[in-house]
Design a binder for this molecule. Sequence first.
Ligand code: HEC
Ligand code: HEC
Ligand code: HEC
Ligand code: HEC
Ligand code: HEC
Length: 179
Amino acid sequence: MKAILAIAVLASGAGGGLLAIFQERLPPAPPQPIKFSHKVHAGDAAIGCTSCHAYAERGPVAGIPSMARCRGCHKFVKKDVDSPAMTAELEALLGKLDQDQPIEWVRVHRVPDHVFFTHKRHVRSGVACRECHGEVEKMEVMRQVAPLSMGWCLECHKRKQAERPAERARLTECLTCHK
Ligand code: HEC
Ligand code: HEC
Ligand code: HEC
Ligand code: HEC
Ligand code: HEC
């Protein structure tokens, strides 16, 4: 089934109908140990993505911020005078931060081990986070919005290759993504 879908997408250049099929098949957002809202942080507070995911521009993985990073802000951001609900969430967070134990975030995106993926090459060549992760700044709960399938990777690689064919010949070679 997967293979058939991938081929169909390659042939059609990912039409809207097929994208809808993929979206129905996306995994639901996993529950997280602490409510963490990208809407509050990346949206309302406008904190930049790489200020928390510091390795996205320099390495294969984007990285998840440490407790120290949360504490750095939340020793100052402790309550919200306008919102008792927000203050309650912040108090719960400070309780966890005081225990000094790492938060076991549940991983949302993952490609299989036989696939090589690196953030650095994408981010440095100007592919925006939203092209692969969607409108994160509006998400109360983090979820996957792209299928992360071979057909999906190749659809974009073919498009980008067409812009600079000689330089980007590698983008469609098997060994680029399968080492
Ligand atoms: C204040 C810190 C902070 C900011 C700013 C932030 N994030 Fe995150 N991000 C987190 C934390 C903590 C998690 C893990 C919890 C979760 O999945 O919700 C996470 C998870 C993610 C994940 C899922 C990781 C996985 O497990 O697959 C993606 C994708 C992501 N962030 C993208 C972004 C993008 C894009 C932006 C900017 C629009 C952004 N983040 C801004 C802290 C942040
Ligand atoms: C750069 C500063 C900054 C960092 C870093 C940061 N936060 Fe926040 N956080 C804020 C601001 C600002 C608010 C909104 C407070 C308000 O609106 O009153 C907030 C609100 C919250 C809330 C309450 C709102 C809600 O979603 O219910 C939680 C919980 C929270 N942050 C968790 C975290 C965690 C966990 C981390 C570390 C992964 C983190 N924050 C890192 C600035 C930060
Ligand atoms: C070309 C598509 C693409 C772009 C652009 C992209 N990501 Fe990702 N992201 C992925 C894929 C695919 C995975 C799963 C990787 C894996 O399993 O190794 C992932 C995983 C993640 C994760 C969880 C694992 C990790 O690497 O720490 C975070 C956090 C994340 N992305 C944040 C970001 C942020 C922030 C940006 C922008 C600065 C960004 N991503 C840009 C495709 C992308
Ligand atoms: C939205 C477009 C887009 C998507 C989706 C995408 N890529 Fe890419 N990819 C690019 C661009 C652009 C480059 C960089 C080309 C350059 O540096 O000239 C790139 C480069 C790469 C490279 C480095 C190539 C080299 O020359 O060594 C790898 C590996 C890679 N991508 C793997 C993946 C995988 C695996 C997926 C799917 C999980 C994926 N990409 C999804 C656009 C994309
Ligand atoms: C741009 C990156 C990319 C390129 C280039 C690429 N693949 Fe893949 N491939 C993937 C990803 C991502 C997956 C895992 C997701 C999936 O199964 O759809 C995958 C999965 C596979 C699988 C396992 C299928 C399964 O159902 O588990 C095979 C076999 C495979 N690729 C062969 C190839 C061959 C042969 C080529 C060259 C003609 C190739 N790939 C080129 C990204 C790529």
